[in-house]
Design a protein around this ligand. Structure first.
Ligand code: ADP
Length: 242
């Protein structure tokens, strides 16, 4: 791949500084027929998440008599990217993202409250511009909270990476494609636990520490957006009772 100039005079191609997030907005419960749902715009990413259940786990052999099972399906709409999608249906990347996303939520949902049941999480990418697994997890966390399923924490996720010697936060698609490293991380903010960490490319230990610090420092802002989205539908109700 030809090299693309990703940093010019200390600024990124979209004008951001190294540790600056893209604009993010989140709406809770846009989908009427889900138990809980959310919509996120994160830069040019546009993603829906919808949660169904807890309900009886079917087929039966997928159920666990001790706890709920999480079934997650991440998909990209055929029109979501400039790239060819190839065959329709789940590709290897979508299967991988679905798996790691399910694992993030298995860590926070109180699974033993729902033995024998399943909780379905659907993440539908309508428009993609890099970092969709992170944005999808951030969005699905809001959908799960909106459904009332009890969780220990409200995870968020964001990527960091490296361009030349500069560590950057929240890579967009061009940065993702041409950067020297890409590290999507999901955090459970209450205990600052890492529940997803993938790495494409190489970082030195110091660069990794810088990347993780950027991810953790961006957390209070992203978490607040999630909480605000969850509170918003109730604001009008509160006003009515004042
Ligand atoms: P993420 O979206 O989490 O950054 P990747 O690093 O795998 O995941 O992909 C980066 C970006 O490349 C995606 O957001 C998407 O815009 C594009 N992309 C990756 N895989 C595909 C695909 N199979 N079809 C279309 N676009 C893709």
């Amino acid at each position: 791949m030809d090299k693309v100039e990703l940093m010019i005079d200390g600024k990124r191609i979209d004008g951001r500084t190294a540790d600056q997030l893209r604009p993010i907005s989140i709406v809770a419960n846009p989908i009427r027929n889900a138990a809980g749902s959310a919509y996120i715009e994160w830069g040019a990413n546009k993603i829906f998440a919808a949660v169904y259940g807890p309900k009886e786990a079917l087929p039966k052999h997928t159920s666990d008599p001790e706890k709920a099972v999480i079934k997650c399906r991440y998909t990209m709409a055929p029109f979501s990217s400039v790239e060819e999608h190839g065959k329709p249906g789940m590709n290897r990347r979508a299967i991988e993202i679905s798996k790691v996303t399910a694992e993030v939520f298995e860590n926070v949902i109180l699974l033993n409250k729902f033995p024998g049941s399943e909780i379905d999480i659907y993440i539908e990418v309508m428009q993609s511009d890099g970092g969709t697994r992170a944005a999808g997890i951030t969005c699905a966390a809001v959908a799960l909270a909106a459904s009332g399923i009890p969780m220990r924490d409200l995870p968020y996720a964001v990527s960091a990476g490296k361009v030349g010697d500069t560590v950057i936060l929240d890579l967009n698609k061009i940065e993702d494609n041409y950067s020297d490293a890409d590290v999507p991380v999901a955090i459970c903010p209450r205990k600052k636990e890492v529940s997803l960490l993938q790495m494409d490319g190489n970082l030195t230990k110091d660069e990794f520490d810088t990347a993780l610090n950027m991810i953790i420092n961006s957390g209070s802002y992203i978490s607040q957006l999630q909480i605000d989205a969850l509170k918003k539908p109730y604001e009008k109700i509160e006003e009515r009772y004042l």
